[in-house]
Design a protein around this ligand. Structure first.
Ligand code: FES
Length: 97
């Protein structure tokens, strides 16, 4: 199954195989920048993005993701792009896109 990931406010879109790539990888594939201070080792929380639509297309938040956001004082409503693999259509936003 394929899914469409839409990035706001740039309106760029990418179609990926469901569950195959992280949201961070999909973001880079579409040519948008995304912060990472941990080398994508799931530790820095810099890759937090807002999920505008399709939150159900992502895995449930793990205790580790919650803990990393708390430790790094990141908005708890953001999802960490290196932690999640879109499995359905999704719209995400970062102010710098
Ligand atoms: S890139 Fe560091 S937690 Fe996602």
């Amino acid at each position: 199954m394929r899914c469409r990931v839409r990035f706001l406010p740039s309106e760029r879109t990418i179609v990926i195989q469901a569950g195959e790539r992280t949201l961070l990888e999909a973001t880079r594939d579409v040519g948008l920048p995304i912060a990472s201070a941990c080398g994508e080792k799931r530790a820095c929380a810099r890759c937090g993005v807002e999920i505008v639509e399709g939150a159900g297309a992502l895995e449930a938040e793990t205790d580790r993701e919650k803990w990393i956001k708390e430790r790094n004082r990141i908005d708890p409503n953001l999802r960490l792009a290196c932690h999640v693999h879109p499995s359905g259509d999704l719209t995400v936003r970062a102010s710098y896109w």
